[in-house]
Design a protein around this ligand. Structure first.
Ligand SMILES: Cc1ncc(COP(=O)(O)O)c(C=O)c1O
Length: 485
């Protein structure tokens, strides 16, 4: 045999290790499935947080090498170093930050997407995949009240989705570098930090950022925005963008979307709403009226990996004007000549920074198909009522100072000891909660006050979890008061 062929065949023998046999696949798959089944079957009994010095260094003892390890060893490494330390976001006891989810059928969607590996960047190569993603975008547009011609993108998360929206707004106004210094963005101090990041990444760091006055519940005062815009116009500045939150991260409150949209319209500005946390609450009958005006945004971000309980990895941007989203992201190249723009279904590659991307649609489509929308709607309504229940029950316990009445599913509070430093007390209280580990809460700092917050959005959080938090809070306060002077 010729030497070249011989060499190729030798290499093939080795490279074929990447194509395990049906028997080998079953063996590996069974081990992974056993692990995940055990994980889910125990999820209501294991901690939401493991306070430990283990930061996964054990992984480094098995470096990436030329030789393989077996699946048992790989799972053991994962279990001890990744799946044990600190936060367990799949737990219903995860009530910190804005919890994610992890519904099972979404993982199966990813599994299908990964094995079949359909190319979902271009309609030409993956018409079904692109159609599926666009169908989901149109469904989301419909539930928030956007028109049927809305376009969008399934991005990796809320941060990237917000970035896509801001870049689109920038290009819609064709902001030139020389104009950026006098261009003004109106927003709240309570906006998620990814907005600030997106503004910088979009090259807009030199825009004037007007952090407008907030009301007592930390919502933007629409009147203040109006006044600032008038003043800026008189001073020769260029007001072009208003950014509002449909559910802030700290307090879960909703800016006055309807009024802000009117102000943006009157002043021919772009109105962007970050609904990464709260927009899916349009599915809840109780919350929907509170989100009035969301349908008037030019661009909106929603995070299925928050509000639809999906595992991490899906944030969505919707933009009403297809041409604007397209103009900011469209590109072509010689090697893409066969894939010329097909009008029937716009391609994600023309509407986002990505070309090759994870087929994210399947992780949302499969659960929506297999469950229908009803349990998602019920889950959101349940989380809303659980938060109200928590708020009312905690208020009854002496010593707790409550934050704003929850509009969605975030409540905040702190314990006020009769004497001594309240910040110190609440830091210790949070530390005790983390040491206990059954639930995970996080804190924020508002005007120098250390405030503890609970965000109810994990799909596994139910009434029992909230009763447990109330019990833990009572226990830990009593414990701390014993030594408090
Ligand atoms: C209101 C809000 N916007 C944006 C984000 C950022 O989203 P992601 O973490 O998916 O990038 C978050 C994250 O918690 C958020 O709460």
């Amino acid at each position: 045999m010729n030497k070249l062929k011989q060499k190729i065949e030798e290499l093939e023998k080795i490279s074929m290790q990447l194509e395990p046999s049906a028997e080998e696949r079953k063996k590996t798959r069974d081990k992974v499935v056993d692990y995940t089944e055990n994980f889910i079957n125990n999820i209501y009994n294991i901690n939401a947080f493991n306070l430990t010095d283990n930061t996964g260094e054990g992984l480094l003892e098995t470096p990436i090498s030329e030789e393989p390890i077996d699946i048992d060893k790989a799972i053991e490494l994962f279990k001890d170093n990744v799946d044990f330390p600190n936060l367990n976001p799949a737990s219903g006891g995860h009530l910190g930050y804005i919890p994610g989810g992890g519904i099972y059928n979404s993982a199966l969607g990813d599994y299908l997407a990964d094995i079949t590996n359909r190319f979902s960047g271009l309609f030409y190569t993956g018409p079904g995949a692109v159609r599926m993603e666009n169908m989901l975008i149109r469904w989301m547009a419909k539930i928030v009240g956007f028109p049927p011609e809305t376009v969008g993108n399934l991005a990796s998360g809320g941060s990237i989705a917000n970035l896509i929206a801001i870049v689109t707004a920038r290009d819609a106004f064709q902001l030139k570098a020389t104009e950026i210094g006098k261009s003004v963005i109106y927003l709240s101090q309570e906006v998620h930090h990814c907005i600030d990041k997106a503004i910088r990444i979009a090259g807009l760091g030199e825009c004037k950022m007007k952090f407008v006055d907030l009301d007592d519940n930390y919502r933007i005062k629409a009147d203040a925005v109006k006044k600032e815009i008038e003043k800026d116009k008189k001073d020769g500045r260029f007001p072009w963008l208003i950014i509002a939150s449909a559910g802030t991260t700290d307090f879960g409150v909703i800016d006055p979307l309807d009024e802000l949209s009117e102000i943006a319209k009157e002043n021919k500005m772009w109105f962007h709403v970050d609904g990464a946390y709260g927009a899916f609450f349009v599915l809840s009958k109780t919350a929907k009226p509170r989100l009035k005006g969301i349908e008037k945004a030019d661009s909106l971000v929603l995070d299925p990996h928050k509000g639809l309980f999906l595992p991490y990895g899906l944030g969505v941007v919707l933009v009403k004007d297809k041409n604007k989203l397209n103009a900011a992201h469209y590109y072509t190249a010689n090697y893409l000549q066969d894939a010329v723009a097909i009008e029937e279904e716009p391609s994600p590659a023309d509407l986002s920074p990505e070309l090759t991307k994870h087929f994210r649609g399947l992780r949302l489509w499969l659960p929506l198909m297999l469950h229908g929308v009803k349990p998602f709607r019920a889950g959101l309504e349940e989380k809303l009522l659980l938060t109200k229940y928590f708020y009312e029950e905690l208020k009854k316990i002496n010593g707790f100072e409550m934050g704003p009445e929850p509009e969605l599913s975030v409540a905040s509070f702190r314990y006020l000891p009769k004497e001594g430093d309240a910040n110190k007390f609440n830091q210790l209280l949070l530390q005790e909660i983390l040491k206990d580990g059954r639930i995970f809460l996080s804190s924020t700092n508002i005007n120098g006050k250390f405030i503890i917050r609970i965000a109810v959005l994990a799909f596994r959080t139910h009434l029992q979890t909230i009763d447990l938090i109330l019990q833990i809070l009572k226990e830990k306060v009593e414990l701390l008061l014993r030594d408090w002077e």
